[in-house]
Design a protein around this ligand. Sequence first.
Ligand SMILES: [Zn+2]
Length: 262
Amino acid sequence: MNPYQNNKKNDFFVPEVPKNKGEEKKYTLRFVPNLHNPHHVPIAERHRHYDVGDKSIICPKFSANQSCAICEYIDQQRKQLTEACDVHKISKGDFKRQSPDVPSKIEQIPEINKLWLSYKDLYSKKRGYISLIVRGEESQGVKFWSVGAKLLENIIDRIIAAEGMVDRYRGYDALIKVKNIGKFFNGRPSPEIDFQFDAFGERKAILPGKPPEEIDALIETVKDVSSFAPIPTYEETQAVLNEYLVWFEKKINSSKREPAVA
Ligand SMILES: [Zn+2]
């Protein structure tokens, strides 16, 4: 029996943000290869369209090089906007407000404003899902850490910079510091996360002192990221887009009916 198969508390590692501003919490992590990923790397990337009205959906185009109705819509709207801007002789600077209270030039041309609003929030954003164990909690098995684009780039750069960082028998642990900096996102504390490999520490196995078979057994439990973040079909993206189009028309029409602010 695989001892790591069934004793998971949960699938995700969510670093705890300390209560008070300025406080830090430290974690030692160890990245674990994911046999479902190309070259068995511990990181799988997904791109997601976050604000498709009140829905969000993974982008098949940027995640898996498959067709995406939302990306097609963005391209189509952008093309139309470019053409409309040529007609109205609009340049890039006309999208910005000169001061917060004065509408920009494009906000004063309903056709152009609507085209711009129709797709500007739809662009997909990248996330990475990293398979890892938390030191001290090895018995809880492998979890996934979901990280945003900026932190992901930082982590990937460091993995590439030093070969063998994530080797299952002779790699390095990673250290993260989670600092409360008094910022919030969607009502939750949004910490600053400092990430580094423990490159001055000793090289060690994922499970130090355990036989290779046990390490292999741990690695075998790592789930395919597609099990919780599957790539949608074109039809699924089309359905979400259709809902969005209805949502967007309602939003535009209701904002028209709002009384002008004196
Ligand atoms: Zn897309």
